[in-house]
Design a binder for this molecule. Structure first.
Ligand code: 2HA
Ligand code: ZN
Length: 281
């Protein structure tokens, strides 16, 4: 038995490979973190290093993540390589009892650190754990091309992005009834983008990073990957329609029809993103 045969590790590794297959992870683009369940930590513990790495302060702190364990991609590592050599590209981190530092207990065997976006992921885990009563476990950042392209042509507001995406595929309002947040362009990897994103993730389970990519969260790998996939596919359809129609959209899903979907599927759409007039675009 190897640690990579443990189901949680297999699911994590598979998601990295799936993201690569989708074309969302050029070079070292993107990062994935998972907050482990206690029983998963115990399954993996026999494989932990005899000597954990040194504690490294993150510059951010969260009371509700003290003592948690995360699986994380490595800084500068390529998603493409994760299925081939998970032990060199991925790590398991333990968070200290102050909730402000990590240390590596497994992985990155040829050296390295967790993703440069770990402070962003960490703050977002804290916010999503609180917002979902502990259900949220996955934070996923990727660079899907069509969604990034939309950040050059749509106003950078949650309302504009949400409406364009909801109307680009009938299932969208069911998959993300709360809509998507939008973070203006910022330097990645720092505390500023971490704070701006985590502020939005109090309300949204996905946030667009202008001219950069998407942050998505969810309770498990399938749901989170599915959210990324659904949003990117909607963006692709919108771009295809705009391109084929030379910028003219002849018809689209009406607000009343969005309301009808919500009614039949038992979801609550963010009301302020809907227009009053039934025939408004
Ligand atoms: O890890 O995607 O945002 C590379 C990135 C940084
Ligand atoms: Zn990125």
């Amino acid at each position: 038995m190897a640690i990579t045969e443990i189901p949680v590790m297999q699911d994590y590794i598979r998601m990295c490979g799936d993201g690569w297959d989708q074309g969302w992870h050029e070079r070292n683009g993107g990062n994935l973190t998972y907050r482990m369940r206690p029983e998963e930590v115990e399954q993996c513990r026999p494989y932990f290093q005899a000597e954990p790495g040194p504690w490294v302060n993150m510059g951010v702190q969260a009371d509700n993540l003290k003592g948690e364990y995360f699986i994380a991609t490595g800084s500068g590592k390529y998603f493409r390589n994760v299925p081939l050599a998970p032990q060199d590209n991925v790590c398991i981190l333990e968070i200290n009892q102050a909730g402000d530092s990590w240390r590596i207990v497994w992985g990155l065997e040829k050296g390295g650190r967790p993703t440069s976006e770990f402070p962003s992921h960490f703050l977002n885990h804290s916010v999503r754990k609180k917002a979902t009563a502990g259900e949220n476990r996955v934070i996923y950042h990727a660079h899907p091309a069509n969604l990034i392209a939309l950040t050059y042509i749509l106003p950078l507001t949650a309302r504009d992005f949400t409406r364009a995406l909801w109307k680009s595929a009938t299932e969208c309002p069911v998959v993300f009834p709360g809509g998507v947040g939008v973070v203006p362009w910022m330097v990645p990897g720092g505390a500023e983008i971490a704070l701006a994103t985590s502020k939005l993730m109090e309300e949204y389970d996905a946030a667009v990073w202008a001219h950069h990519g998407l942050f998505a969260s969810g309770p498990d790998f399938d749901t989170t990957f599915g959210l990324m996939h659904t949003i990117e596919k909607a963006a692709q359809i919108y771009i295809l329609a705009l391109s084929a129609g030379q910028g003219k959209i002849r018809q689209t899903i009406q607000d009343e029809e969005l309301r009808a979907i919500a009614r039949d599927f038992g979801v609550t759409l963010r009301e302020e993103f809907l227009d009053e007039t039934p025939l408004a675009k």
